[in-house]
Design a protein around this ligand. Structure first.
Ligand code: FAD
Length: 392
C-alpha cells in the first residue's frame, strides 16, 4: 500500500541514518529518509506499540489537520488514515446548563479536522516502515548518551545489562518533549533553549458507547469552556469519546474525595456526568495524577551534518491548538523538500533550521494563546460560570 518510488541514492550518498523515537514523527521521518535511499535505523524506547498489551503515553486520540494530512499524503498514507478517522466539522460548545451550540470550522468549503487514534496512526506508519528493506526497527532501545560530533550512540536495551554502542552518519532526534538528543545539543555552542511549564494539568476520562452508539453527536470537537478550566472530547472509532479535563493543579488538588468530585461535576459539567457515569468518573479520576504540560523553544535544530531534532524534541507545545503532531509532521515535509534539493547535508540542515524556527516559535505561542481563547469561549457564549475556587 505504500508507493515504491524510492529515489535510489547513488552509492556514496547512501547514509546510515539513526532516528531516535518511533512515535508519530519518528516513524514518518524514517519513511521519508528510506524513500531517499538511506539506510535507516529506527530506535524506540518502548516495546512495539503494535504488539504491546498496555500502551502508555499521552492523549489517546488527536485532531489531524491539513499539515499532517499533507505529510501523510506524501508517503501515500493519507487515504488509509482517513478511512478510519472521524471528521469533526466544528466545535460543539456545552454550557453549564447542558445546552449546546455549534460553531462550524469552515461553513463555506466545509474543511474539517479529523479525530485519529494515536495508536492506530502509529501502527499505520510502522507497518509502512516494515515494507522498506532499508528500515530496521529496534524496539526497547533507549538512547542513553550520544557523541553527536562522532555520530556515536549508546542504548540501554530491555533485559540486557550491557549498553550497546552503535554509530550513524546522521542522528535524528524524534524523541519527544524530553528529548535525550536535545540534551546533547544543549551542550553545543550557539544552541539556545527555553522551556515553560504551565500551571494547568490534564487527565483523560472516557464517555463510553451506549448500546453500541455514540452518546453525543460524533462529528464535532466537544468543548465545555469554564473560564479557568475546561473539558474537551474527541470521538473514537469504537463510538466512545476521549475526554480531556484541563484545570489548574490547585483545582485538581482540592478534589480529594468522591463527593467533592461529583459535586464539582454536577456544578460544572452536569450534562457530561451521566454520560461518563459516576462510578467510572471516580475510578478514572483517582486512577492517575494530572499530567504536566510543557512548551519548548530552541534553535538551531541541527548540528553540522551530524544531528537534527524534529517534532516535539524541537518544539513541544501545549496541546490547545491541536497542532503539535501536525507541526511535527510538517517538519518532515519541509525537511524532505530541502533534502531533495541535493545541497551538501550541512547546508541542507542549516536551511531547515532557518526555514523552520520562526514558524515553530509562532505555533508554540499560538498554542498558548488558544488555551485562553478556548477557556474564554464561556464569555462569548454569554453564560456565566462562577469560579469554583471562589465558592469552595
Ligand atoms: P512523541 O509522540 O513524544 O514520540 C516520541 C517517541 O520517542 C516516543 O515513542 C518515545 O517512547 C520515544 N523516546 C523518547 N525518549 C527516547 C529515548 N531516549 N530513546 C529512544 N526512544 C525514545 N497534536 C496534534 O497535532 N493534535 C492534537 O489534537 C493533539 N492533542 C494532544 C493532546 C494532549 C493531551 C497532548 C499532551 C498532546 C497533544 N498533541 C496533539 C501533541 C502531540 O501529542 C505531539 O506533538 C506528538 O505526539 C509529537 O510527536 P513526536 O513523535 O515528536 O513525539
Amino acid at each position: 500500500y505504500i508507493q515504491t518510488d524510492v529515489n535510489g541514492a547513488a552509492e556514496g550518498q547512501r547514509r546510515r541514518v539513526a532516528i531516535i523515537g518511533a512515535g508519530l514523527v519518528g516513524s514518518l521521518a524514517a519513511l521519508n529518509f528510506a524513500r531517499m535511499g538511506n539506510d535507516v535505523h529506527l530506535y524506540e524506547y518502548r516495546e512495539d506499540i503494535r504488539t504491546a498489551e498496555l500502551v502508555q503515553g499521552r492523549s489517546i486520540n488527536l485532531a489531524l489537520s491539513q499539515r499532517g494530512r499533507k505529510a501523510l499524503a506524501a508517503v501515500g498514507l493519507e487515504e488509509q488514515v482517513l478511512a478510519t478517522a472521524i471528521p469533526m466539522r466544528g466545535r460543539m460548545l456545552h454550557n453549564v446548563r447542558g445546552r449546546t451550540s455549534i460553531v462550524l470550522y469552515d461553513p463555506c468549503t466545509k474543511q474539517c479536522l479529523y479525530s485519529v487514534g494515536r495508536k492506530q496512526l502509529n501502527e499505520v506508519l510502522l507497518n509502512a516502515c516494515d515494507a522498506f528493506p532499508n528500515i530496521s526497527c529496534h524496539f526497547e532501545h533507549k538512547l542513553t548518551t550520544a557523541n553527536i560530533r562522532e555520530g556515536q550512540m549508546q542504548f540501554k536495551v530491555a533485559h540486557e545489562e550491557q549498553l550497546i554502542s552503535t554509530s550513524a552518519d546522521l542522528v535524528v532526534g524524534c524523541d519527544g518533549a524530553f528529548s535525550s538528543l536535545r540534551q546533547q545539543l544543549v551542550r553545543t555552542p550557539g544552541f539556545n533553549y527555553s522551556q515553560e511549564y504551565i500551571a494547568t494539568g490534564y487527565l483523560e476520562l472516557c464517555i463510553p458507547a451506549k448500546n453500541g452508539e455514540f452518546q453525543m453527536p460524533p462529528n464535532y470537537l466537544h468543548i465545555w469552556p469554564r473560564d479557568s478550566f475546561m473539558m474537551i472530547a474527541l470521538p473514537n472509532q469504537d463510538k466512545s469519546f476521549t475526554v480531556t479535563l484541563s484545570m489548574p493543579f490547585e483545582v485538581f488538588a482540592q478534589l480529594k474525595t468522591h463527593q467533592q468530585l461529583l459535586d464539582f461535576f454536577r456544578q460544572h459539567y452536569m450534562d457530561a456526568l451521566p454520560l461518563i457515569g459516576e462510578e467510572q468518573l471516580i475510578k478514572d479520576f483517582f486512577k492517575t495524577r494530572p499530567q504536566h504540560l510543557l512548551s519548548v523553544k530552541c534553535k538551531p535544530y541541527h548540528f553540522a551534518d551530524k544531528a537534527l531534532i524534529l517534532g516535539d524534541a524541537a518544539h513541544a507545545m501545549v496541546p490547545y491548538y491541536g497542532q503539535g503532531m501536525n507541526a511535527g509532521m510538517e517538519d518532515v515535509t519541509l525537511l524532505t523538500s530541502i533534502l531533495n534539493e541535493q545541497l551538501p547535508l550541512d547546508e541542507a540542515l542549516a536551511k531547515f533550521t532557518e526555514s523552520r524556527w520562526q514558524d515553530a516559535f509562532a505555533i508554540c505561542d499560538l498554542a498558548m494563546y488558544n488555551y485562553v481563547e478556548m477557556r474564554d469561549l464561556t464569555k462569548r457564549l454569554s453564560f456565566r460560570c462562577r469560579k469554583w475556587l471562589d465558592t469552595t
